[in-house]
Design a protein around this ligand. Structure first.
Ligand code: HEM
Length: 179
């Protein structure tokens, strides 16, 4: 009986290891890839090893054909109209109040796509937290710890190098309005 019990325990432990591995390995891999992204937003890498890592990123490369940034004012309410649900309109994502035109990445930000949660709004807090939860996709990031603030700033730099700036949000919550 004890042997059967031990056997079951061993099988259970093995299954647990397999399940955990199946979940953790891809997540760790993607986390690393997102970290590479964060690094690739920094100024030109100074050593060859860093350059190699930059090339390996699955994220889109920086663009050199961006239009000069615009300063058009948007309220958070107006921004909602640019969440991709109206096909005739562009898709906008705001980070720390900077409004980016992400229309050419409809496959990522369009309705039902992975990062639609950030479309038509300022979801700075969620970006800083690496969270896709709707309750985190809000503009007030004032309570983020330093490490998450850094992640948020890295995303801002990432978007600045890849998307046209079309304006700025004029009614951010007071806690982050003048940052
Ligand atoms: C296991 C979960 C995740 C997977 C499988 C994943 C996968 C990916 C992939 C494949 C890309 C490149 C997309 C492309 O350029 O076409 C990407 C980009 C991105 N990811 Fe993730 N990711 C995950 C978690 C997250 C989380 C939690 C966040 C929350 C902040 C996030 C935010 C982003 C953003 C903002 C981009 C940039 C899209 C762009 O190019 O504008 N990801 N992710």
């Amino acid at each position: 009986m004890a042997l059967v019990g031990n056997c079951r325990m061993a099988t259970f432990s093995l299954e647990l290891v397999i399940y955990l591995g199946a979940i953790l390995i891809p997540v760790a891999y993607l986390y690393r890839r997102h970290r590479v992204l964060a690094r690739s937003t920094n100024p030109a890498p100074s050593n060859p090893t860093e350059k190699k890592q930059e090339q390996k990123s699955i994220m889109q490369a920086p663009r050199d054909d961006l239009a000069p940034p615009k300063d058009d004012p948007f309220t958070l309410e107006q921004l909602k109209g640019y969440d991709g649900s109206d096909e005739s309109k562009p898709i906008y994502v705001s980070i720390k109040g900077t409004v980016f035109d992400v229309t050419h990445k409809k496959d990522v930000y369009g309705p039902g796509r992975s990062y639609n949660i950030f479309a038509g709004k300022d979801g700075s807090k969620g970006l800083g937290m690496s969270s896709l939860k709707p309750e985190h996709a809000v503009p007030d990031y004032s309570d983020l710890p330093d490490n998450e603030l850094k992640v948020l700033n890295d995303w801002h730099a990432f978007f600045t190098k890849r998307y046209n700036v079309v304006g700025r949000v004029v009614d951010l919550p007071a806690a982050v309005a003048n940052r």
